[in-house]
Design a protein around this ligand. Sequence first.
Ligand code: NCD
Length: 310
Amino acid sequence: MLSVKDLSIKYIINLFEKSIYYKSVPEPNLYQNKILMNIFFEPSTRTMLSFESAMYKLGGKVITFNKDISSINKGETFYDTMKTLSSYADIFVIRHPEIDKVQEAQKIINKPVINGGDGYGEHPTQALLDLFTIYQNINIFDKNQYNILFVGDINKSRTIHSLIYLLENFPTIKIYLLPYDGCHPDNFLLNKFDLNNITIINNLENIDIFDVIYYTRYQKERHNNNIDIPKELILDSNKLKKIKQNAIIMHPLPRNNEINSEIDNDSRCKYFTQLEDGVYLRMAIINSLINSSSEYVDIKKEHLFEISKW
Ligand code: NCD
């Protein structure tokens, strides 16, 4: 799983239905003989540990590569390291600060590789989790128009990129971008987005039109300088008053100060509840990559009908 662009809507809805199934059944003991390896060249809390938790819940085992005490420090190449690691597990989650580096690893490792974030490229499993949250709160298959607003480091937030690619499959969803200073999408991204469906705005005056508001932090590790988020963009209890009652507020986390913690307990804020689903969704992802599709739950009939029209 390297890019969301490779995934069909049918496959994605299957993942969602499987995740809902995993939420409701006792932990299945499927993979006693399988090992998942986490290979993280960048910090991680949620992605790494939710994959670990998911694999344990599936009955499998987990080992973790530690770059700081690896032979990379003795000058071993990326190729030799990946070639070696490929012998020690059955499925791999890789995060790397360079764009396309996980794709390069997949060419060396002849087993399933999951992109846990490649530089400012993509973060497919976070975006699937984000879409899963939207799917559980909003009927994205009906004919209504839904407005989604992304506020933050639009250029460098890989979770935003992957989620936009996924949302482009839904013609009824209109995408708005509100970038922080210096965070406008560059040409690399503009070439990848479907610009017909994207509007760039520069303030929160019309915050009442949005059904989904998705924030990200300033990705300071991908910039040469830091910025202060302007007060007008910080989401706090005053701005919350103007937001639709049935809207949802999301954030992939970690956050800095862009969402004030005073609003965390509002039922529209989904960022802490959504990460609980991350474990079940990652169980479904591991299952789909290790297993043949025979074990899949059937896609809901009404959704199949909708999908066949696209
Ligand atoms: C994100 C990431 O790593 O891109 N974190 C995550 O996996 N939930 C977001 C971020 O670091 O800002």
